[in-house]
Design a protein around this ligand. Sequence first.
Ligand code: NAD
Length: 492
Amino acid sequence: MSVAEAIREKLSPRQLFINGRGEDAANGKTIEVRNPATGELLTTVPDGEAADIDRAVTAARASFEKKTWRGMDPSKKEKILWNLAEILAKNAEELAVLESLENGKTVREAAGSDVGPAIDAFRYYAGWVRKIYGETIPVDGGFLNYTLREPVGVVGAVVPWNYPLQIAVWKVAPALACGCSVVLKPSEMTPLTALKLAEFAMEAGVPEGVLNVVTGYGHTAGEALARHMDVDKISFTGSTRTGRALLKASAESNLKRVSLELGGKSPNIVFPDCEMEPAIRSAFWGIFGNKGEICSAASRLLVHTDVHDKFLDTLVSRAKRLKVGDPLDKGTGMGSQISQVQMERILSYIKSGVDQGARLMCGGERDTAGSNANGFFVKPTVFADVKPEMKIAQEEIFGPVLSAIRFQSPEEAVEIANGTIYGLVSAVWTRDIKLAHRMANEIKAGSVWINTYNGFDTASPFGGYKQSGFGRDLGAHALEQYTNVKSVWVAL
Ligand code: NAD
């Protein structure tokens, strides 16, 4: 029996994870979790609502006030987080298959981009536990002044479906390292690995109530968490629209701290002197990796006019050969979109590209070949002759649709690059070191990659400029999200 078959057989209806125990939703209702690649029903999870969020927040608050976690010896906390990384590593294959089943991404991508980074994040933040401390500050007058870095309290983590485990861990690992207690609300479409994470955390030694998971919809469970008066902080990754709703919820409740990792429409800028093969490969995987459902997708390809046609011809011929299909097959290049709604959204953007006069070079439609007809597959799509003001150059599509735009000068490239509401990531391809650094200065984005794309490391901060959000995940910067600084004055 394959791992996938074994997992399917084991998938009994899931429960919420509150105070270290499985619980049903107070309303008794459930949500179906389906495999988007096949339409098969995988299992159900509780349709958690405000009452369940309230129970979870109460448990998190109790653990925080009793100091069961934050009061634990730092070296012990460090060992527990490291232990959790080891448990995830031991179960890596199962987690990758589960992620592929609920999300439709290839199992290769789930292993490399979800499970691998999740393991690394717990190892990295385990190392921080004993290194989070304050400072002594020379002040005027006869005083001793020092700071304490204290855990912010109860953290609500609201996460999306595109990298379910990875993004959940980007919140949970630093929050736990700082001594916070957490209520995690995964996407209603991909709740299974978050529930597994909570079980593994208990197994690793995280005390009950410190990590709780409430499954449910955004407008009910998510909203209840965002408006809860006893939540100190919301850490969010998702759409810009929901980001606004969370800010509003904070403003209308207890002014809880909010950090937002939102959408993107990222420019990937190719100058004619660059090394072409890695640039083409990165442009390709930058948009077709994870079926384009990546906040950091290289969705706008800005190519210098001197190399434009050759660059696109190669890219398009590869896109036509990309194998789209069964995500569990290790030879598959691109899996299924997350849902019918998402697929239709992507197809409607493709239609708008055609309607507005962009040149469709390949793809442009649903892929229904063979068993793909049961899932939500979209053919890798490339548009040329895209104008910066077109909808497909301005709005986040969140699918395998590339918009290629021609440019002539660095100044024009900068203007196009900065000409959207977003500012998440960007890339520049050139051998000219001065030009590369000048571009890095001029582009308004949280990351600039030079002669590479999608460079990620747990140690390096990630987050947006402009309407791509604020606050940083990863690295030492994430610790600022989960700590308060207290200034203590002692008259001497
Ligand atoms: P989404 O905003 O619809 O949902 C994200 C989460 O928020 C889900 O758990 C959802 O249930 C919840 N939610 C929805 N409405 C809510 C509300 N009113 N109150 C509280 N919670 C609510 O986003 P999505 O469709 O799941 O994910 C796709 C989006 O996420 C894209 O726009 C993408 O760019 C963005 N994203 C950003 C990053 C990043 O790091 N910047 C990473 C991944 C995805």
